[in-house]
Every structure is written in structure tokens, then in C-alpha cells.
Design a protein around this ligand. Structure first.
Ligand SMILES: [Zn+2]
Length: 332
């Protein structure tokens, strides 16, 4: 079968490997669609998280974890799934391949899809699970202001959830007009292109500017700020736009650099901070319900669909925020 293997930095190649077989307590999925994740880009661009984000098959490291497809074989002991079941997978790797074998102890990470939900749309499930977890760490209230740094799949997913569940005011920051336009379609109240204007200054204008004891820099007035961009700069800005006394930072990104920050700001502003990585099964169910409720809305995220044979082009596209939001690789 064909599969997409990481051969080094910026080198994704189509390889031919043996079609797997399910174990007695596992299943075989014929993959239909697989999204390229931001974490896949860390592998692609920097060889970071390669071990975590790929499945080793023989000499190859097969990438892809945001996939869905049809169960085409089940092991003889499997009772929870049947041939023909349409499923989305979370937490399993090696999804950019024609088939993926799921062992018995991983069947709990397969979610049956509603009949009318397309595989393409369902492939966006996993990147909605992460922000669902971020959302529940500190749920915004209707009269609160939320700043979102990064208008990629995670930032947009978080925005979609906040706008679906609350009337909180949302401010989103990115450097890609394409992505900021999509954010507006998801209902962002204010979209700021940080290339065109000083994002922090603008957020302070909108959310209020507050004096901070013993500091020469003022604070913004946001109740929640989430960093989905993963830059040293956005990490610091996340701290800066929060209001003193009660502001909550959510760190929902992988960083490739260290940030330098005066830690006194955490004490002087009484900041709270959550790290957000991963999600619980009930949050996956909830994300799937939200997608199924309005698939057209979710499809706004998808900028490109490319066949597996064009996977290298897919990664190049996904690495360019000016040209793409979410690239989905299809197997047919
Ligand atoms: Zn992902």
C-alpha cells in the first residue's frame, strides 16, 4: 500500500509498504481522509516531535494522526466494531496511508461517525478536541473578552467553540489575511493582522488599559488570552493583554523557541495560567457533536483537499499560512 513517510526535514515521500493485518482484538481501517496537523509541521520543518507524531513501519516513519475511514476488517475477538463502520480516529498515528491497523487497546480512540457526516469534514475532529479541552479549562462568560493568538486550526477551533457556546467578545490575532478572513466567518468580533498594526496596543484600546503595580508597562483588559501561535512573542503578548486580577492565560501550543519574560508580571497581575495539551474522551464526543451540528461551518477551515500522491505539495501548502488554513489529504 501507499503511505507518506518522513525522510528528513522538508522531505515527505510516498512509499510502498506492506498492507497491515488486524490482530485478533484489533481492526483494519481503510483511510479516506487525513488532515495535516500543526504538530506534523514541527516534524516536517524542524524534525521536532518526530517520534511522537509518526508510526514506525519497517524503515519508515509514517505521518498523520487526524484521520478517518471505514473499518474493512475486524479481528475475531472484536465485538464493538463491524466491517463497514465509519470512524474517526484520535491519538493514533500512521494515518497518511491507505490502511491503518488499530490494536485492541486503542479501539477506544475510534469514534463512530454520524451517517451524513463526510469523511473530509470528520477529518477535522482531532484539531477541535484540543481547543475543546482549552475551552473547558476556563470557560468564558458572556460579558468577557477573549484574545486568541494564532488563527490556524487550533485558534479557529477555539474561536468556533467560544462563538458556539457564548456571547463573549473575541479578538483574534494572526499575520495571515487569509486566516483572519476565515476567523471573521467563524464570528470573530475583531481580527487583527499583527503585520499591519501593533496587536497589543490595539487589544488594549479595545479591552481597556490597566495600570500594573511596580511595572512601567500597562496591561490589557482581556479576561482570557490563549496562545495558539507558539511563538516567544505571542507567549509574552498573551501575558500582556490579560487584565490584572483575574486574567487567565491558556498555553495551547508547541514552541520551538524559549521566551524571556519578567516573572514578576505573574505575581503583580495575579495571573492564572493553564497548559492545554490533549483532551478527554467526553471532549472528543462533544467536538464531534459540534461538527455534526453544522458541518458547513466546520468546512470553512478546509482550504485544500489533495490526493495522497500529492502529499509533498500538501505539506508545502500547509507550511504557508498565507495560502492555506487546513490541508486534508484524501485517499481516493
Ligand atoms: Zn493534530
Amino acid at each position: 500500500m501507499k503511505a507518506a513517510a518522513c525522510m528528513g526535514i522538508k522531505n515527505i515521500k510516498l512509499v510502498d509498504i506492506d498492507k497491515p493485518e488486524p490482530k485478533d482484538d484489533g481492526v483494519l481501517i481503510e483511510v479516506k481522509a487525513c488532515g495535516i496537523c500543526g504538530s506534523d509541521l514541527h516534524v516536517y520543518n524542524s524534525d521536532l516531535l518526530t517520534e511522537d507524531s509518526t508510526k514506525t513501519i519497517g524503515d519508515h516513519r509514517i505521518i498523520g494522526h487526524e484521520f478517518c475511514g471505514e473499518i474493512v476488517e475486524t479481528g475475531k475477538n472484536v465485538t464493538s466494531f463491524r466491517v463497514g463502520d465509519r470512524v474517526a480516529s484520535v491519538h493514533n498515528k500512521g494515518g497518511m496511508a491507505e490502511y491503518v491497523e488499530i490494536p485492541g487497546d486503542r479501539l477506544k480512540s475510534l469514534y463512530k461517525l454520524p451517517e451524513d457526516l463526510s469523511y473530509i469534514t470528520a477529518a477535522t475532529l482531532e484539531p477541535l478536541c484540543n481547543p475543546m479541552h482549552s475551552y473547558h479549562l476556563r470557560e468564558p462568560k458572556n460579558d468577557e473578552t477573549v484574545a486568541i493568538f494564532g488563527s490556524g486550526a487550533i485558534g479557529l477551533g477555539y474561536l468556533q467553540i467560544v462563538k458556539s457556546y457564548t456571547n463573549a467578545k473575541t479578538i483574534i490575532v494572526d499575520v495571515s489575511n487569509l486566516r483572519l478572513n476565515i476567523a471573521q466567518k467563524f464570528g470573530a468580533d475583531i481580527a487583527i493582522n499583527a503585520r499591519d498594526e501593533d496587536a497589543v496596543k490595539k487589544i488594549k484600546e479595545i479591552s481597556g488599559e490597566h495600570y500594573v503595580r511596580y511595572q512601567d508597562r500597562t496591561a490589557g483588559g482581556c479576561d482570557i488570552a490563549i496562545d495558539c501561535a507558539g511563538l516567544a512573542l505571542t507567549f509574552i503578548q498573551t501575558m500582556e493583554v490579560l487584565k490584572p486580577e483575574g486574567g487567565t492565560a491558556i498555553i495551547a501550543s508547541v514552541y520551538e523557541e524559549h521566551a524571556s519574560i519578567d516573572p514578576n508580571i505573574v505575581m503583580l497581575k495575579y495571573l492564572s495560567m493553564y497548559g492545554s495539551m490533549g483532551y478527554y474522551p467526553n471532549e472528543t464526543e462533544e467536538a464531534l457533536t459540534l461538527i455534526a451540528r453544522d458541518p458547513e461551518k466546520r468546512n470553512l477551515l478546509i482550504s485544500h483537499m489533495l490526493p495522497l500522491s500529492n502529499v509533498a505539495e500538501g505539506f508545502a501548502l500547509q507550511s504557508d499560512p498565507e495560502r492555506s488554513v487546513k490541508v486534508i489529504i484524501t485517499m481516493e
